[in-house]
Design a protein around this ligand. Sequence first.
Ligand SMILES: [Zn+2]
Length: 176
Amino acid sequence: MRYPRGDGDTDGASLSGVADYPHPSSEGRSANMRANRRTDTKPELALRHALHRLGYRYRKDYRLDLDGGRRVRPDIAFTARKVAVFVDGCFWHACPEHGSKPRANEWYWGPKLIKNVERDRINDAALILAGWTVVRLWEHVPLDDAISAVVTTLAETVPGRSGRSGQSGQSGQSGQ
Ligand SMILES: [Zn+2]
């Protein structure tokens, strides 16, 4: 989603744009269009930039074709370590703190949000089955916490462990 008002270029310490969240109301249609613009939402960008500055290399919106024809695009993918990072919007993915359902157009949003959450869980399971480690972060998570969640997970994983018995040719932590 896009944040309509730009309080944005402050190099802020938080991933959150929650206060500015465009709550869908009668203008369900344009909200729906925003929903389709998955990539490059602000919290995701902040996290990507921070990781990049730290020397990590990753794929953004890298499409994974998993078993059963399931296609998943993690927001950030570390392909050698098979770590998939998702930055989930509080509204779209029904965060317990900020994901309260909108009253307007309940008939439309209710099932849609439930479906989103179900799909998240199915994707997680498919990724794990395929040997990936999944990191899901709410967009409200402070940037520093998000960074350390990703960095910690990367530190716990071994590059090139997928099926190959051995030492990868990947070059360490910044080698993605
Ligand atoms: Zn939230």
